[in-house]
Design a protein around this ligand. Structure first.
Ligand code: NAP
Length: 675
């Protein structure tokens, strides 16, 4: 409320009449008011007085950045570093650290981003010590975000690692060009620096069965470690809890997480900068179905980032944090007979650990199962192993433990019972009737729900305040008769602009990529993106149109797009034809795969145009871009390029392969592919 106007009197008026309020009155009035205020506040109990409480995750305790000191302090001799993007490498590292106690050793998982990795030579200060590295390779041979600094350190390192014992397990995918580049690099570099490899490099392949590769590697890794250090298995079981359950029966709900990634109430009071730990809540301003027919649902979404200060370039990715389907969460609650609104914390029993909770706590089971935990991926073998104790039927226990074993029979059973029918945790609980685990233990074991990345389908030059997404709803029938739905696309499909004051909103952040238009607009570009692989090229085309509008000389712009039927799923048909009409797209090639008896794919059209393609590549320094399916399409397209080089350029097959490899190294052949 505004202060009242002060009462002022002119000197004349003062002289003429007795003032209404004297100075003494004002003094006495102020004194009384002061006393009243004092009395009012002093009679309130301390609980009533509003306290300035620190927001839990904003005030972070000082972290130990020396893993050596931490190992010494806590009596550890094994450290398992992980380079993890989606949480799998972290889960493997945690498992290995846990396994260590079976062999009378003590391990700790460690995020290289949190520690000073230049301390590696000091590992010799700890007797019988070992450093294990679970290193995932991201995209086209890159380190994961959390291993970037370690990667940079390694590139320059010339330390002497003599006396340091190590072993590496790499997590990669054979459909990508540089399979397991990070695992191989760490293994090679550590040997070069003089470290001792205790067990052979493991190369996990996510294209076949990463889990199985890890279990097989681990089964040989531990005996090798035992032999190296002269120890034996103690027979101690590894099923010890890492977190303890605390029930909060009487808690102020303002202190309970409701889906935020790190800071409590960060979705109510949004503060930049926005990143993976502090996503921006973007309002969905458009969500339309792109396909005109067919049973699938292909969609285009526009997300408003105007209040975020987020910047992006065409070719970047937008990461979104989805939430699980409410029906799945409720069914889990039902099967486990739990009140999902119970508020809990899972606190790390190891007080020295940097990871205090497996997900933001305190939180209700509902929030944890909706926002933080992955309930739709097939559970890993270690999860089955640990859950087996909750099966009341010993036959179910046996089956679950067998699936987690490294025997050929166990692996085959895991493959046929879990992976092939894509049984998620709910399906496991539905099909193993005697299995009813403690919900808090299940919450400890399930992996974190990960952000999903989409190639941004817009250019900030035209749309500075929004990012666009092009995606297809993932939905498939499994052999158990269930229909599995993709977490993120199901959630995105339901994100419709409401206009009722409760906007549909998506927590997001932008991830920079290397998928970039050439620096000079006059450089020709060839883009190949069938299906939703068209996404980043919508951004590229908008950018080229903008450059043209600015009066810049824009080089040839060629697109190879593919879809099933002209009348069904020709995505962005109107926009693409308009770009062609404006001369932004100098060539629009569309392969309709199912409009005739035989399949026609993008690479078939490329082969028809091989002379022109080769001229663009070889004589005009065109930049080449491929987006979409990694497994088949990206390879077939590469072969089509090789063929053009051989048949038009006169190169041998080996020369053609080398030629395009060089283009990749030079950044003239970029791929944004997904498997
Ligand atoms: P889709 O509609 O199933 O396929 C698009 C076209 O590609 C169809 O005509 C299909 O033909 C054809 N095709 C199949 N095999 C091919 C091959 N070996 N070479 C060339 N063309 C082939 O595709 P979609 O559902 O959109 O998915 C495409 C891929 O793009 C997915 O892997 C997706 O993950 C990925 N992606 C998505 C984004 C995004 O941001 N949304 C970004 C990058 C990549 P037939 O089916 O008739 O055989």
């Amino acid at each position: 409320m505004d202060d009242p106007e002060p009462i002022t009197l002119s000197p004349e008026a003062e002289a003429e009449e007795e003032p209404l309020i004297t100075n003494l009155d004002i003094f006495l009035f102020s004194l009384m008011a002061g006393l009243l205020i004092y009395w009012f506040f002093s009679r309130r109990t301390p609980q009533d007085v509003p306290q300035m409480k620190p927001i839990p995750s904003v005030v972070t305790p000082m972290r130990e950045t020396s893993f050596i000191e931490k190992m010494k302090k806590t009596g550890r001799n094994i450290v398992v570093f992980y380079g993890s993007q989606t949480g799998t490498a972290e889960a493997f590292a945690t498992q290995l650290a846990k396994d260590a106690q079976r062999y009378g050793m003590k391990g700790m998982p460690a995020d290289p981003e949190e520690y000073d990795m230049s301390e590696l030579p000091r590992l010799t200060e700890i007797p019988n010590s070992l450093a294990v590295f679970c290193m995932a390779t991201y995209g086209e041979g890159d380190p994961t975000d959390n291993a970037q600094d370690f990667y940079d350190w390694m590139q320059a390192a010339d330390d002497n690692l003599e006396g340091v014992n190590f072993s590496v397990f790499g997590l990669g995918n054979k459909t990508y060009e540089h399979f397991n580049a990070m695992g191989k690099l760490v293994d090679k570099k550590l040997v070069e620096l003089g470290a001792k490899r205790v067990f052979d490099l493991g190369l996990g392949d996510d294209d076949s069965n990463l889990e199985e590769d890890f279990v097989s590697w681990k089964e040989l890794f531990w005996p090798a470690v035992c032999e190296f250090f002269g120890v034996e298995a103690t027979g101690e079981d590894c099923c010890v809890r890492q977190f303890e359950l605390v029930n909060h029966s009487d808690i102020n709900m303002n202190q309970v997480f409701t889906g935020e990634m790190s800071r409590l109430r960060s979705y109510q009071t949004q503060r930049p900068p926005f990143d993976s730990k502090n996503p921006f809540l973007a309002t969905v301003t458009a969500n339309r179905k792109l396909n005109k027919g067919g049973v699938r649902h292909l969609m285009h979404l526009e997300l408003d980032i105007s209040a975020s200060k987020l910047r992006y370039d065409a070719g970047d990715h937008v990461a979104v944090y989805p939430t699980n389907d409410v029906a799945l969460v409720n069914r889990l609650g039902e099967l486990l007979a739990v009140d999902l609104n119970t508020v809990i914390s899972l606190n790390n029993l190891d007080e020295e650990s940097n990871k205090k909770h497996p997900f933001p706590c305190p939180s209700s089971y509902r929030t944890a199962l909706t926002h933080y935990l992955d309930i739709t991926s097939p559970p890993r073998t270690n999860v089955l192993y640990e859950l087996a104790q909750y099966a009341s039927d010993p036959r179910d226990q046996d089956m679950m433990r067998k699936m987690a074993s490294s025997s050929a029979e166990g692996k085959a059973l895991y493959q046929s019972w879990v992976l092939a029918p894509q049984r998620h945790i709910l399906a496991v609980l539905e099909d193993i009737h005697s299995l009813r685990p403690a919900v808090d233990h299940l919450c400890e074991l399930l992996p974190r729900l990960q952000a999903r990345y989409y190639s941004i389908a817009s250019s900030a030059k035209i749309h500075p305040t929004s990012v666009h997404i092009c995606a297809v709803l993932v939905e498939y029938a499994t052999s158990t008769g269930r229909t599995n739905m993709g977490v993120a696309t199901t959630w995105l499909k339901n994100m419709v602009p409401t206009g009722n004051g409760h906007p549909a909103s998506v927590p997001l952040y932008v991830r920079k990529s290397q998928f970039r238009l050439p620096f000079k607009a006059s450089t020709p570009v060839v883009m190949i993106g069938p299906g939703t692989g068209i996404a980043p090229f919508m951004g590229f085309l908008q950018e080229r149109a903008w450059q043209k509008e600015q009066g810049k000389e824009v080089g040839e712009t060629v697109l190879y797009y593919g879809c099933r039927y002209r009348n069904e799923d020709f995505l962005y048909q109107e926009e693409l034809e308009e770009f062609e009409r404006l001369g932004v797209l100098t060539q629009l090639n569309v392969a309709f795969s199912r409009d005739q008896e035989h399949k026609i794919y993008v690479q078939d059209l490329m082969k028809e145009n091989k002379e022109h393609l080769w001229k663009l590549i070889h004589s005009q320094n065109a930049h080449l871009y491929v987006c979409g399916d990694a497994r088949n399409m990206a390879r077939d397209v590469q072969s089509a390029f090789h063929q053009a080089a051989e048949e038009v350029g006169g190169l041998s097959h080996t020369q053609a392969i080398d030629y395009f490899k060089r283009l990749m190294t030079k950044g003239r052949y970029s791929q944004d592919v997904w498997s």
